[in-house]
Design a protein around this ligand. Structure first.
Ligand SMILES: NC(=O)c1ccc[n+]([C@@H]2O[C@H](COP(=O)([O-])OP(=O)(O)OC[C@H]3O[C@@H](n4cnc5c(N)ncnc54)[C@H](OP(=O)(O)O)[C@@H]3O)[C@@H](O)[C@H]2O)c1
Length: 298
């Protein structure tokens, strides 16, 4: 296969996921320009068997940007998109491919209002990465993304070609994205208990998780996803196999008092269920509790 031409790449939001992608690009000699809320001299990714230091700096003033990029990865939380508007207008033009590295099934509609008509490429982010107290990031599994089978994916495939972040393309991206959403939705239960993956070894939590996942599955199918009856059990089995101390980014946010991505991970099931006439009794209990934990008042 011929080595593709590499686009100019910027990354907004160098947190757990952003640092992983930046490190993969840097290791392949394609260091991206870094933009974030907090200035850092460098980024550091740790993983089994090594570490990668990505030279910065992470620029934190959008007013200083003079260049538009071919490809912009956006790896902020969904709750932070509106605040990235100054970055998006400074870095993107109508040709820039904006690849959103976020959980959820609504990446396009959430970010499009802040872009100058740029094409948006949603993705499914499959790897767990966590920010450590010293601002380094611990990558806890092999990095992998799934992209939809659309022409815009060529910029991301070229940028990440031959890097430690594998990229696959799904003909039925809707189904892949909803499958990941089911996983995210049930991980939200960790916020309610304040516990990590080990809690799924409890029989009562496994039963509740299966019931919640079956509700999410009904909604996913109503939204056009093709997912089998076995998916809820597969997801519970996977949580039971994870290391007991494996968390989830929404739990990390809860434990550090940050806003939660409750709407894009859990609220979406309730909203889509209501729009499609699918009952969501478990969401009706879980979503207000997550929303209140995130946003208060009180
Ligand atoms: N972490 C995981 O294992 C994982 C796995 C799959 C999917 N995801 C999804 O990936 C997305 C990113 O998650 P994450 O865990 O990487 O989050 P994160 O570690 O909190 O990283 C977010 C980054 O965005 C920066 N940021 C916040 N507001 C900004 C602004 N206005 N302008 C520029 N940068 C800004 C943050 O800066 P500060 O340093 O100032 O906070 C931080 O560097 C989420 O949707 C999450 O659900 C995460």
């Amino acid at each position: 296969m011929t080595k593709p031409e590499h686009p100019t790449v910027a990354l907004v939001g160098p947190g757990a996921i952003g640092t992983t992608i930046a490190a993969a690009l840097h290791e392949a000699g394609r260091t991206p320009a870094l933009f974030g809320r907090t200035a850092h001299e460098r980024l550091e990714l740790r993983f089994d068997g090594g570490r990668i230091v990505v030279p910065g700096p992470v620029q934190n003033d959008p007013a200083k940007i003079e260049t538009r990029f071919d490809l912009v990865f956006v790896a902020v939380k969904s709750t932070q998109i509106a605040a990235t508007a100054p970055w998006l207008s400074a870095l993107c033009n109508e040709k820039t491919v904006v690849c959103v590295l976020q959980n959820g099934v609504e990446q396009k509609s959430l970010i499009a209002p802040y872009l100058p008509g740029s094409p948006v490429l949603p993705s499914v982010v499959w790897f767990p990465a966590q920010r450590e107290a010293d601002a380094s990031v611990w990558l806890r599994a092999r990095a992998r993304l799934t992209l939809p089978d659309v022409p815009e994916n060529s910029a991301v495939l070229a940028a990440l070609y031959g890097t430690r972040c594998a990229v696959d393309v799904a003909a039925d991206f809707v189904s892949v994205a909803w499958r990941k959403l089911l996983q995210n939705a049930v991980a939200g239960l960790m916020v309610l208990t304040g516990r990590r993956s080990g809690m799924f070894s409890r029989a009562d939590i496994a039963t509740l998780s299966l019931a919640y996942l079956r509700e999410c599955l009904d909604v996913a199918r109503a939204e056009g996803a093709t997912l089998g009856d076995e998916v809820p059990q597969e997801i519970v089995d996977a949580f039971q196999r994870y290391p007991a101390d494996m968390g989830t980014s929404i739990l990390a946010d809860r434990q550090t008092g940050r806003p939660l991505e409750w709407d894009c991970r859990n609220g979406v099931v309730q909203r889509c269920g209501r729009a499609r006439g699918v009952p969501t009794p478990i969401s009706d209990l879980v979503v207000p509790i997550l929303a209140a934990a995130s946003d208060g008042p009180g």
